[in-house]
Design a protein around this ligand. Structure first.
Ligand SMILES: Cc1ncc(COP(=O)(O)O)c(C=O)c1O
Length: 416
């Protein structure tokens, strides 16, 4: 099997990475004409080449991995490990051994919480999070903090809804052993200066985990350049399959972390007297992995890199600006987040529940998300129960913004 799974060509005007606006909707069979899919922050639609890679993975080439006495399994192992190598290159990791395949960002964070924090933190230590975190980057830390007797502090946001790094610098202390922050907010789209946050964390000797779920699909990410200790993301938000995600950890940290789960594949030698464990990343991948998920993720990375992450970022930022500009003219609309948000716009309409906004937009064939977006502390801070959220992907363009704005105007007319 070839380790390159990019046989289906891209459509649209993307041969030149500077090409803007992108015109890629034809690559996505699940997006019919006239439907504006604006819920990419929840999960992205899949391009044909990812679907093809998954199909190929399950039909003529399918076998298990890491049991390679027969050729098919040896080939599949090569393809699975090639996906790991591809991920490493994609995020600037030093070695594929630093890439742990997990089910998604949630599992990656839980792994670090249980394995790293569970063994390194003690009573009296502190963990630093921010007000805009997804529940996936709050609850695992609360669980471990409760177990070891650590405390959690919360960095506030600036007026324009970014994580306030000046406040972070003022509040962090040597008692803080771990900082965990979102690279891009899934509600506000605000982008963290991850390099500066890392410097602030390291200045007091704390480790830092960056939740890159919303960053990896919309901007170039280089963990070496950031300098962080852990980075997590989910494949399904990056145009890849569900059930596969990535934990990147610095090699020296992964080396000393105990396993998160026990089972097949993660061992060196098992006896009833004593079991020894495989080195990373195998140590953290108990059981038969999501083999075809890794192949799909490989294809997804090929897809976005062919377009270019900088071009994607520019495209989505432009769509956000157009949307915010149009919505700012409607008196009853409140916009959240900064003007330079990456791909995501949250808003509310005075007197209208976000679920009603979502339902009326659905009638106009515009799919948005309404709710607390798994960020209830942020909702409380914003003084709302929920927001409406439009989030863009590579398949969106100006017609989607127009459909969204027209739909919102209709909502304001209906509700007077
Ligand atoms: C910022 C952020 N972190 C974590 C997650 C959790 O991702 P998953 O459910 O794929 O594990 C999400 C999903 O919406 C997210 O947006």
């Amino acid at each position: 099997m070839s380790d390159t799974l990019t046989e289906t060509p891209l459509s649209g005007a993307v041969a030149d990475t500077d090409a803007r606006p992108l015109d890629l909707v034809a690559d996505f069979p699940a997006i019919p004409d006239g439907w504006s899919y604006l819920d990419t922050a929840a999960t992205s639609q899949k391009p044909q080449m990812v679907i093809d890679a998954i199909t190929r993975g399950y039909d003529t080439t399918y076998a298990t991995v890491h049991r390679g006495v027969y050729q098919r399994s040896a080939d599949m192992t090569l393809a699975y490990e090639a996906a790991r190598k591809r991920v490493a290159g994609f995020i600037g990791a030093t070695s594929p051994d630093e890439i742990v395949f997990v089910r998604g960002a949630t599992e990656g964070i839980n792994l670090v919480a249980q394995s790293w924090a569970g063994t390194q933190l003690k009573a009296g230590d502190r963990i630093l999070l921010s007000m805009l975190e997804h529940h996936s980057n709050i609850v695992p830390w609360q669980m471990i903090a409760e177990r070891v007797g650590a405390a959690i502090d919360v960095i506030p946001l600036t007026e324009d809804h970014r994580i306030d790094l000046d406040a972070m610098r003022a509040m962090i202390s040597p008692a803080h052993k771990l900082v965990a922050l979102a690279h891009v907010s899934n509600v506000l789209g605000s982008v963290l200066d991850a390099k500066r946050a890392t410097k602030i964390a390291h200045a007091v000797g704390a480790k830092i985990l960056i939740d890159g779920c919303q960053a990896v699909p919309r901007m170039t990410v280089d963990v070496a350049e950031i300098g962080c200790d852990f980075y997590v993301f989910s494949g399904h938000k990056l145009y890849g399959p569900t059930g596969i995600g990535v934990l990147w950890g610095r090699g020296d940290l992964l080396d000393v972390m105990p396993p998160y789960q026990g089972g097949g594949s993660m061992i060196d030698c098992v006896s009833f007297a004593r079991t020894t464990y495989a080195p990373p990343p195998g140590r953290f991948e108990a059981g038969t992995p999501h083999i075809v998920g890794a192949l799909g993720l490989h294809a997804a990375i090929d897809y976005v890199e062919t377009i270019g992450l900088d071009a994607i970022h520019a495209h989505e930022t432009a769509l956000v600006k157009q949307t915010r500009k149009a919505l700012a003219q409607l008196n009853s609309v409140t916009l959240f987040g900064p003007d330079d948000a990456a791909g995501i716009v949250s808003f509310s309409i005075r007197g209208v529940h976000p679920h009603d906004i979502g339902t009326i937009l659905d009638e106009a064939k515009v799919a948005i998300r309404a709710g607390h977006h798994c960020a209830q502390p942020l909702m409380e801070m914003l003084g709302v129960d929920a927001t409406a959220r439009a989030s863009f992907g590579v398949y969106n363009g100006a017609p989607d913004v127009e459909a969204l704005v027209a739909g919102i105007q209709r909502v304001t007319r209906i509700f007077g």
